[in-house]
Design a protein around this ligand. Structure first.
Ligand SMILES: [Cu+2]
Length: 223
């Protein structure tokens, strides 16, 4: 009887430990990391078509100011596809949206092409494929835009991707938004638009890590 009780409580402790530390990642709109709740929200890059052929961009983040990446250091995100956010700075506030009615020739779609990126020397700057905040379970979280020239086909639904960085500093990624055929080749007769997303990652305060150490120390002493 005694042994059974011990086994049960041990399993309970393990279960609690896992559920306390593994959490779903924050929704795209709540990935501002500067500590000011008012700076949360979505920053949309609106895409419309002027005169039927000119891709026009309307940035809600205009004039452009960097969004602050939040910290995923020391976090355990679940499900496992979100592991790429752990021990990185990340932000998903920028999102692509269609504005107005965009009618395209059959078989064509809107494509994004990474044209440039800026980042601190030696840093790691990645993008992972998201979607709409309410559908995080369906996101692939596959890496996209790995290098300049990489293209991505858009389905026209609101699209928020996760931008991650491994160290403090200033980051940006620039895109061409164009009309292409089903393989991503640009259609003749259309003029692309451009968009640049700006990010800043600020050093992680040591307090969170220290607090955890303090708690562990307390538990150890009581025992
Ligand atoms: Cu959005």
């Amino acid at each position: 009887m005694k042994v059974q009780l011990f086994a049960l409580s041990f399993a309970t402790i393990i279960g609690l430990t896992t559920s306390v530390f593994a959490v779903a990642p924050p929704m795209p709109s709540t990935t501002n990391g500067d500590g000011n709740m008012a700076h949360n929200g979505m920053k949309h890059a609106g895409v419309s078509l002027h005169d039927g052929t000119l891709v026009h961009m309307h940035m809600s983040n205009d004039p452009p100011t960097p969004v602050t990446m939040m910290s995923g250091f020391g976090m355990d995100y679940t499900p496992a596809k979100f592991d790429v956010l752990e021990n990185q700075y990340f932000n998903a506030q920028y999102g692509w949206v269609v504005e107005g009615i965009v009618s395209l020739p059959a078989g064509s779609s809107i494509w994004m092409k990474r044209t440039a990126a800026m980042q601190p020397a030696g840093s790691v700057f990645h993008v992972y494929e998201g979607g709409m905040g309410a559908e995080m379970a369906m996101w692939t979280m596959n890496e996209i835009y790995p290098a300049d020239g990489a293209i991505w086909q858009w389905d026209g639904m609101m699209q928020h991707d996760y931008y991650t960085a491994d160290r403090p500093g200033e980051y940006s990624m620039s895109f061409e938004v164009y009309i292409g055929d089903s393989t991503g080749s640009p259609l003749a007769g259309y003029t692309p638009g451009t968009a640049t997303f700006l990010f800043t990652a600020v050093p992680e305060p040591a307090s969170a890590g220290l607090m955890l150490c303090g708690l562990l120390g307390l538990g150890w002493r009581r025992r």
